[in-house]
Design a protein around this ligand. Structure first.
Ligand code: PMP
Length: 358
């Protein structure tokens, strides 16, 4: 029976928007290398802090004050120059909504983090993209040239997900000098803790230098708390206040706040884990290159294989080897740096891909 009633009126651009595509999970004997997660089990001390955050019949502290008090001195800023959100993706949404709306433009490099286009569409603004350089890094001079009087936000992702390249400190300061001082620049540093390139921009070193710069960080990657949803922003209080106003209230849970604070207390153990991942990144890249695959230089906890038309074929072969990765059809495959045991499987899969390329 056909329903004669008119369909509910939705914003057409939202009705046409695909939902965020999550990395697939692996079979029990396989490895999930599709979401740039931290492969290590949570530390006992962090689990204990979560278990101690027991008053879950009460709402959490809406301002995450204790966590901000721990974060602020690490960046040499005041407590109100730190803002905490339910993952840095929530923060991205808040800042985009705070600065951009219908008729405005949000500028970013492409390919980059898959959530950017959707967040911009939801804000009502229009995405303007500039292609990455052939080495997968942002073309900041071209981005500066693409700024118009409608541009309200620029997203700079360093290291860039999924290509892994960084923006240098020199490139970034030239960019900041070239764009208007009233244009909000969001420096998305989700993978900052994995950077070992001395030339890379370090957002925290720039805090306080620009009234229009906000740094976004996350507890999801190096700190291993992806499942709890916790990220933070460092920047000028006035801009952060606008994001706080645009936030969905109370979305950062008490257990997440407690886990973030505990993670900071266990920094040394977590940094040691990051060192393992960084060393594994080199091992993985060298092995894939040796097998004959193209692999870009990466400063994140993942590597990017610019395989163009062969991307889906390669991801299928990786899948047959029990390795779930993220394919971007026609472009490349992103492989997260995961468990130590996944490396041998990756090496075998790489040989298999090269031998069987269509
Ligand atoms: N920015 C970038 C560049 C990312 O890759 C991710 C996660 N994939 C995020 C932000 C969001 O991370 P979260 O919301 O877990 O903090």
């Amino acid at each position: 029976m056909t329903d004669e009633r008119p369909p509910v009126r939705l914003r057409p651009e939202i009705a046409a928007l695909p939902a965020y595509r999550q990395g697939r999970t692996a079979a029990s004997d396989g490895f999930k290398l599709s979401s740039n997660e931290n492969p290590f089990d949570p530390l006992t001390g962090i689990l204990e802090a979560i278990a101690a955050a027991v008053d879950i019949n009460r709402y959490p502290d809406a301002t995450a004050r204790e966590l901000r008090e721990k974060l602020a001195p690490r960046f040499g800023v005041g407590v109100d120059e730190v803002h905490v959100g339910a993952g840095s993706v929530s923060l991205l949404s808040q800042f985009i909504n705070a600065a951009a709306g219908p008729g405005d433009e949000v500028l970013y490099s492409w390919r980059s983090f898959e959530a950017y286009p959707g967040l911009v569409t939801v804000s009502g603004a229009r995405s303007v993209t500039v292609p990455n350089l052939p080495d997968g890094r942002h073309d900041l001079p071209a981005m500066a040239a693409a700024v118009t009087d409608r541009t309200r936000v620029v997203l700079v992702c360093s290291p860039n997900n999924p290509t892994g390249g960084v923006v240098t400190a020199e490139e970034f300061s030239a960019f900041m000098a070239a764009v208007p001082a009233d244009l909000l620049v969001l420096l998305d540093e989700a993978y900052a803790e994995f950077v070992r390139d001395d030339a890379a921009v370090e957002g925290h070193a720039l805090v306080g230098m620009y009234p229009n710069l906000v740094i976004l960080r996350t507890f999801s990657k190096a700190w291993g708390l992806a499942g709890l949803r916790l990220g933070y922003a460092i920047g000028p209080e006035r801009v952060l206040d606008a994001a706080r106003a645009a936030a969905i209230p109370l979305s950062v849970t008490g257990p997440a706040q407690a886990a973030g604070a505990a993670a900071l207390d266990h920094e040394a153990e977590l940094v040691a884990r990051v060192e393992h991942i960084v060393a594994r990144r080199t091992e993985v890249r060298d092995a894939l290159l040796e097998a004959g695959l193209p692999v870009m230089e990466s400063q994140g906890n993942f590597v990017w294989l610019p395989l163009a038309a062969d991307a889906e074929f390669a991801a299928d072969v990786l899948n047959d080897h029990g390795l779930v990765t993220r394919a971007f059809p026609g472009d490349g495959v992103r492989v997260s740096i995961g468990e130590a045991e996944s490396v041998a499987k990756l090496k075998q899969a790489a040989v298999d891909i090269v031998e069987n390329l269509p």
